[in-house]
Ligand binder design. Structure first.
Ligand code: ADP
Ligand code: ADP
Ligand code: ZN
Length: 217
């Protein structure tokens, strides 16, 4: 299974990606996670990306595309992969096309998680993430058993610095302007499927699992 997971910030991409990649046994490649990891590690990439993440802007295409090119060439991506949060611009989608041609690979599915913008602010401001394993929680919709502590690994939960009401507004605008147009790009190729992201986490997953099963991979 080679798939893209699309949807606005807070739609539930990371949450569902974890289930999808467990079910399909493929690597989860999230560009946002790669940037945050680089920032935490103080690498050159982190230094170049930080100001964009802080402002809720997109990291320049040249930087982002280079990272995905390197990652998809790793051997664990041979049987398949899930890209979460990439592509986010038309040039990124075009670069991905070319890369897949070079690798003699084809996409099987582009899954869009659809959701009304009004819900997203609450999703994002209530989001908490495990510092150790990256699992995403929500103060109200998906709380950990013990406050501030990851159920899976016991790690400390933190709030992303861009999950503030101010930055969330900017991210939603960037999504509408730069990323939403990509849906048409993939729809025209017959690759796009959509799922309603508004029901609870388990209900959304059931629908996605049904789709994956019917794709028979
Ligand atoms: P969310 O889960 O809220 O959709 P991500 O973790 O995917 O957010 O992305 C967080 C930030 O990382 C973005 O606001 C942007 O600054 C940067 N980023 C992630 N993916 C990309 C991309 N494909 N192109 C440019 N910037 C990106
Ligand atoms: P994205 O990767 O698209 O930005 P996340 O998967 O991180 O989104 O989800 C954003 C927040 O919303 C997290 O706090 C997550 O626990 C919560 N969440 C995800 N899916 C649902 C859902 N179906 N119902 C309610 N809350 C959800
Ligand atoms: Zn954890």
């Amino acid at each position: 299974m080679r798939m893209l997971l699309m949807g606005p910030p807070g739609a539930g991409k990371g949450t569902q990606a974890e289930r999808i990649t467990g079910y399909c046994k493929i690597p989860h490649i999230a560009t946002g996670d790669i940037f945050r990891e680089a920032i935490r590690g103080g690498t050159e990439l982190g230094r170049r990306a930080k100001s964009y993440l802080d402002a809720g802007e997109l990291v320049p295409d040249a930087i982002t595309i280079e990272i995905v090119k390197e990652r998809l060439r790793e051997t664990d991506c041979m049987p398949g992969f899930l890209l979460d949060g990439f592509p986010r611009t038309v040039p990124q989608a075009e670069a991905l096309d070319q890369l897949l041609i070079d690798l003699a690979m084809r996409l099987d599915l582009v899954l869009n998680i659809k959701i009304a913008p009004a819900i997203l602010v609450e999703r994002l401001t209530g989001r908490r993430i495990c510092r150790q394993c990256g699992t995403s929680y929500h103060l109200v919709f998906n709380p950990p058993k013990q406050k501030g502590i990851c159920d899976r690994c016991g790690g400390e939960l933190y709030q992303r610095s861009d999950d503030t009401p101010e930055t969330v507004g900017d991210r939603l605008r960037v999504y509408a302007n730069k990323t939403a147009p990509l849906l048409e790009f993939y729809r025209q190729r017959g690759l796009l499927q959509e799922v309603d992201g508004e029901p609870g986490i388990d209900a959304v997953w059931e629908v996605i699992r049904g789709m994956l099963r019917s794709l028979d991979r």
